[in-house]
Design a protein around this ligand. Structure first.
Ligand SMILES: [Cu+2]
Length: 166
């Protein structure tokens, strides 16, 4: 009985999927999808500003003049609130900005256009040489995200890392 149910369900799903390729139906689906994506653009896809009272994990991150973050990969659980204690061990200014690579590249392009632009947001931390700072972030969506230094030229030189949220 169980086997029967298990084997029938995927077939039903397949049949539904094939039906969905009809012209009208797939168009409707695409429209819905695009509206959804458009709406999401206004949120931070990688999560949101975290409440320091909810911090479940603290991670030390070092930024150095060799254009690298240490660590360069982080793994979190979906819903986890994390405190990143960031230290700029270099002699020049660095930043840690969390986002999707598309968001980060867009932001980096803006920074190149106007290098004097002062930017500050919950998803980023800019530190002068030798300084330490903290960023509290809630990873409320599963996915693979990125962090990068958006001081002009740094991301391009490889100053980036990857965050996996499961
Ligand atoms: Cu940098």
């Amino acid at each position: 009985m169980v086997f029967l149910v298990m084997s029938v369900l995927p077939l039903a799903a397949l049949a539904g999927g094939a039906g969905g390729h009809g012209h009208d139906m797939s168009e409707g689906h695409d429209m819905e999808h695009m509206e959804h994506m458009g709406h999401d653009k206004h949120d931070d896809e990688a999560g949101r500003k975290g409440d320091p009272a909810d911090v479940q994990r603290t991670v030390d991150v070092t930024m150095s003049d060799n254009m690298r973050f240490s660590p360069s990969t982080m793994k979190f659980k979906k819903g986890e609130t994390v405190r990143l204690v960031v230290h700029n061990s270099g002699r020049i200014r660095h930043e840690l900005v969390i986002g999707t690579m598309a968001e980060l590249k867009e932001h980096a392009a803006m920074m190149r256009t106007d290098p004097t632009m002062k930017h500050a947001d919950a998803n980023m931390l800019a530190l002068d040489p030798g300084k330490k700072g903290e960023l509290v972030w809630k990873f409320d969506r599963a996915g693979t995200f990125d962090y990068a230094c958006l001081v002009p030229g740094h991301l391009e030189a490889g100053m980036r890392g990857e965050i996996v949220v499961k």
